[in-house]
Ligand binder design. Structure first.
Ligand code: SF4
Length: 330
């Protein structure tokens, strides 16, 4: 979190360490996307969207289960007209709220996000942005600037986060992006693109990180700028792992973050999509209990990943001192 909150930290510790249950619900709040990027798999999962009432019930059940943070993401939350009601309900029942958006509708909807505590916007480059996202960078920047202004008026204490996925396309933009974050007064985070096997080799050869030397130098430069005080929220421990492609951490992601799709399916994480049960039909407690062995097996056999949230949260739960002291975002 951007400011250390001892009450929230002890609630999280109690839930994760003592009750052995996750603290964050990462929820596919809808099943539609307005970008459909070629390197992304999430928009391909279509289906009937849950109603507002169904989501209210899901949130109440989650709260009862001990969840403390509600993260609305996949595919594009701002496509839901009733998103402000959903976030307001989450706040009303005592959850911390966060949201990840591609930013396409940010300009139109910035004023409606008063109940979002942590707002994260995908900004995957500047000059390279259009090629990656098929939208003008200026359109995104206009929305971003408006959201910054609105959140100041709403007296939101947490700055916006620009999250950037490092690919073979945007390495030349990274320094400019960090300078922009500083100029705008927002935070920035990085993570390497994960090459999902469901996407063709042709696409990965185009967008994947193939020039390892350049990538290494870029991440070194990010680490240097972080040391100089630029608003990069990743820990140095994590950035070094990214630079070296080392996944030598014990994955605790599924014990911290519950990944629930729009239809209520519990999945281990963003990579392992096998259904572990349905929390809408069977309830959080029973799905969590009945999937324990299966989850363990999946994690034990996994060759690892370097997603920012999963890695940093796992490092934090393993009491890595640097991550514990400096980690600013859930
Ligand atoms: S390390 Fe494996 S199990 Fe853990 S979050 Fe990454 S992909 Fe999922």
């Amino acid at each position: 979190m951007s400011r250390f909150d001892p009450i929230l930290a002890s609630r999280a510790l109690w839930q994760i360490r003592v009750r052995k249950r996750p603290f964050v619900l990462s929820h596919g709040v809808n099943a539609r996307c307005n970008m459909r990027c070629k390197f992304c798999e999430y928009w391909k999962k279509t289906g009937e969207e849950p109603t507002k009432e169904e989501i209210f019930k899901l949130l109440n059940d989650a709260r009862e289960f001990g969840i403390g943070v509600y993260n609305a993401w996949t595919v594009e939350p701002l496509l839901r007209k009733d998103l402000p009601n959903i976030m307001a309900h989450a706040k009303r029942i005592g959850l911390i709220t966060s949201m990840v958006t591609n930013g396409k509708l940010l300009y139109e909807r910035a004023e409606e996000l008063g109940d979002v505590d942590y707002l994260s916007v995908s900004v995957d480059g500047i000059d390279s942005y259009k090629e990656i996202r098929r939208m003008d960078f200026e359109t995104l920047l206009k929305g971003l600037k408006k959201a910054i202004k609105v959140r100041k008026l709403q007296k939101k204490k947490n700055p916006i986060l620009m999250n950037c996925v490092l690919t073979g396309k945007n390495l030349d933009d990274i320094e400019t992006l960090i300078l922009l974050a500083k100029k705008l007064g927002v935070k920035v985070s990085f993570e390497p693109v994960h090459e999902f096997p469901g996407i063709s080799d042709e696409i990965w050869n185009d967008i994947g990180i193939r020039n390892k030397e350049k990538f290494h130098c870029t991440v070194d430069h990010i680490i240097e700028l972080k040391k100089q005080g630029y608003p990069i929220i990743n820990s140095k421990t994590y950035l070094k792992m990214v630079r070296d492609g080392k996944m030598d951490y014990k994955c605790r992601a599924s014990g911290i973050i519950m990944n629930v799709t729009h239809d209520g399916t519990l999945e281990t994480c963003r990579v392992h999509n096998e259904s572990l049960g349905n929390v809408i039909w069977d309830g959080f407690e029973s799905v969590w209990k009945n999937s324990e062995e299966h989850r363990k097996e999946i994690v034990e056999n996994c060759s690892g990943c370097l997603f920012f949230g999963y890695t940093e949260n796992s490092l934090m739960q393993s009491f890595n001192p640097e991550v514990l002291m400096h980690y600013e975002w859930m």
